[in-house]
Write a new protein. Sequence first.
Length: 84
Amino acid sequence: MISQNTQVLLGTRVPSSLKEKLSRYCLSHGIKMNYFVAEAIKERLLEISEDKEDLRSAQDRLKKAKFISHKEMSAYLTKRGVRH
């Protein structure tokens, strides 16, 4: 197993225009490109994980959901003053 402190080379191809934008951004903000890319990957993987958890949660809620008819919803909205 690779420890968290071990670094490996990640080779990837990106459009040259994207690499230039990244280089300019990192240079102007005093950020090392390797750090920026590693953080971007971590953030994206976290977003994906959170999205999957949200989806699982929504699916669980739908399994237990109690649905009401259109007539019941209209009555509820009228009672709340949303619909007349």
